[in-house]
Design a protein around this ligand. Structure first.
Ligand code: GDP
Length: 335
């Protein structure tokens, strides 16, 4: 029998009659967890998808201030006709104020570039499944302590700014991935559009996401005890989706300051200026506020679904095998 007594720090009376609290010390638990996770470091896997030239590499470089694709070989149109979707992985170790982050970027060159794009999302869904499968194997194996987690925690999907909403390939892609990974749609190269055009395109994309029943990553609701400012930020974040982003590998000078931006004959577009685009919102969401939630949803929802499906299939196969064996034995007895 187990007893579960609620335990509170006792209040003792000191000699002068003052109340003194005796502490067991578990209030330091958050610090212990914090120290341990900082020591271990964090990992995060981000996938980028969308057709070639939409600014994926530039945006990733702008987000993490790295040059992840310096030795990338760009294919010409002829080479791209026969190219199939490839999956490439780059890992960088980033350290900030003693906190280490192992960031893996999974790129999908070739997606949507062919003349016939039927099922061009297949290599991408296969890749996501392979990572789940590997994790499932490792988790069921003997050495569960040092599992390398390569599951994809988030997929930034780049929608071109030039159309009138989602294209069939965008719908197909997001629908194929929606139950496997957190999909965050982005309107790429948004400096090509006026604020009014951005608003219209965002409305259209949101409408189509609803109409076609596409499940994109849903930001969790703010806790009810949060202050009004946090609630307002949360509302703004949700209203800004799909984020309209701009990327740049260049630093330009404006108002006496050096900023990441794009220099045009008519002016400068600043990547981190919130009145120019939603880059800061995306970065804040990805890195500062929702990285953990993206990992939790990957683990508790997408991976759990995969795991449940695997176990269900394995059980069904075992039952079928047992049934066959029983039938075989019955058949032999009857003879
Ligand atoms: P990727 O093939 O999707 O990785 O695209 P890249 O990042 O290589 O960018 C393709 C081209 O678009 C390059 O010339 C970039 O300088 C340019 N580019 C990247 N981001 C932006 C953007 O936000 N706005 C505009 N106008 N051009 C961009």
């Amino acid at each position: 029998m187990t007893s579960n007594t609620r335990y509170k720090s006792r209040a003792l009376r000191s000699e002068d009659g003052r109340e003194e609290k005796e502490y067991v010390g578990f209030a330091t638990l958050p610090n212990q967890v914090h120290r341990k996770s900082v020591k271990k470091g964090f990992d995060f896997t981000l996938m980028v998808a969308g057709e070639s030239g939409l600014g994926k590499s530039t945006l990733v470089n702008s987000l993490f201030l790295t040059d992840l694709h310096k030795d990338r070989k760009l294919l010409n149109a002829e080479e791209r006709i026969s190219q199939t979707v490839e999956i490439t992985k780059h890992t960088v170790d980033i350290e900030e104020k003693g906190v280490k982050l192992k960031l893996t970027i999974v790129d999908t060159p070739g997606f949507g570039d062919a003349v016939n794009n039927t099922e061009c999302w297949r290599p991408i869904t296969d890749y996501v499944d392979q990572q789940f499968e590997q994790y499932f194997r490792d988790e069921s194996g003997l050495n569960r302590k040092n599992i390398q987690d390569n599951r994809v925690h988030c997929c930034l999907y780049f929608i071109p700014p030039f159309g009138h909403g989602l294209r069939p390939v965008d719908i197909e892609f997001m629908k194929a991935l929606q139950d496997k990974v957190n999909v965050v749609p982005l309107i790429s190269k948004s400096d090509c559009l006026t604020p009014n055009e951005i608003r219209k395109l965002k409305d259209r994309v949101r409408e189509e996401i609803d109409t076609f029943g596409i499940k994109v990553y849903q930001f969790p609701d703010c806790d009810s005890d949060e202050d009004e400012e946090a609630k307002q930020k949360d509302r703004e974040l949700k209203e800004s989706t799909p984020f309209a982003v701009i990327g740049s590998n260049m630093v330009v000078e404006t108002r006496g300051q050096k900023v990441r931006g794009r220099l045009y004959p008519w002016g400068i577009v600043e990547v981190e200026n919130q009145s120019h685009c939603d880059f800061v919102k995306l970065r804040t969401m990805l890195v500062r506020t929702h990285m953990h939630d993206l990992k939790d949803i990957t683990c508790d929802c997408h991976y759990e679904n995969y795991r449940a499906h695997c176990i269900h299939t394995m059980t069904r196969r075992m039952q079928e095998m047992l049934q066959k064996m029983q039938q075989q034995m019955q058949h032999e007895q009857d003879l």
